[in-house]
Structures are given as structure tokens and as C-alpha cells.
Design a protein around this ligand. Sequence first.
Ligand code: GRF
Length: 221
Amino acid sequence: MGVKTAVLISGRGSNLKALIDAAQGNPGYPAEIACVISNKPDAPGLFMARKAGIHAIGLNHRDYKDRKAFEDAIQALLEKYECELVVLAGFMRLLTPEFTARWYGKMINIHPSLLPSFKGAYAHRDALASGVCISGCTVHFVSPEMDAGPIILQAAVPVLEEDTESSLAARVLVQEHRCLPYALKLLAEGRLHIKGMKVEINPATVHTAPPALLNPPLEME
Ligand code: GRF
């Protein structure tokens, strides 16, 4: 049994699925998905989690008088299921500074851009509009400021000339599904140490530098 982890979602849950597959498919995986909470009670991810035998709860944020009351309900579930870690996987509600402080160092988020560029809900649209040639995804610790906590891991993908928001999102999503389970593994193993805005991985994982991603590729050299 791994470290009990809650996953918070708002929709489809493909990142949640990647986490469940990692946790249930690898005997040595150090985290266990103990519960899934969605602020949208009809989120497809909830149904998928139940099929995988995981407690999955819909908590409609509109049923609560304010953000604090909603978060108190989340906190009660985290305690009920004895969760030590929290993963935000497409959770589209802002969390209060009180809640993020309470879980600082224990709560991570996946964002579909190379932070600190393109924070917020329209990362792919903003990336395309800016003309960047490379985008990607970021897993980071959650801090009070949205999409701004210490960065754990990033993956880069090329942005192609013919890209639409959905084609870019699909290319980034493939990397999200690799990064998030790996980041949770490092966290559950106690290998992540926050030093200011930096995250140290102990022991270090990278022994040789990965190759550079150039886009467009050079026609010389
Ligand atoms: C992902 O792109 C995630 O990075 C973003 O919202 C999307 C959620 O997708 N925050 P899914 O629900 O995990 O399929």
C-alpha cells in the first residue's frame, strides 16, 4: 500500500487515468489513489475512478456558501480517506491561501504550458497567439498564487505551424500523462525538497543532459 493520495478533478480525467494506471499497474508504485473529488458531480473522471474501485465524490462548489465552506468539505474528505498527498489534475477551481498553505509541499498541479509562461485556463490559445515554437507541460507544487509554485518537472513539445488549440493540447497531453505519475512517484518517495522556488530531487535523477529540442529543426550543421 502506497502513500494515500487524493486527486482533485473537474472533468474528463485523462491525467487521473494515467495516475490510476501507474498506481494500480505497478506493484512498486509508492502512492495509492485513495479518493477522487470533483467540483462537477457529472465529471466523466468520477465514473472512471469508480470503475477502478476508487472512492469518487462529487462536491458541487455551487452548493457551498463560499470558497472556505467548499474547501472545508474537501478537507473533511481528505481526512476521512486519510490522504497525505493531493494532486490537482485538471481541477478548475482556485484554492484559498489558507488551503494551499495547509497543503504546501504536499499538493501538486499539472499545467499545460511551460510555466511561468501562459498561466491560467487558456494556456494553448495563449501559446499559439504568442508565436512560441515550443510549448509543453509543467508539474509544480501548489502555492497561493495560481500556477506559480516551485517547479518539479517539465516536458517540451514543438508547436507546429498548422496547430490548432486541440492539436497542440493533444500533443502536450501525451507528455502530461508521463510527467504527472512520475512527479507523484518522486513526491511519495519523499525525494522532493523545496528550496525557495527550486525543487531538489534526491537522489538526482538526471545523469546525462537530455538532447535539446529545436523547432523548427536546423537545416544546417
Ligand atoms: C489538462 O490539460 C491539465 O493540464 C489541465 O486541464 C486538462 C485536464 O485534462 N489543467 P484531464 O481532465 O486530465 O483529461
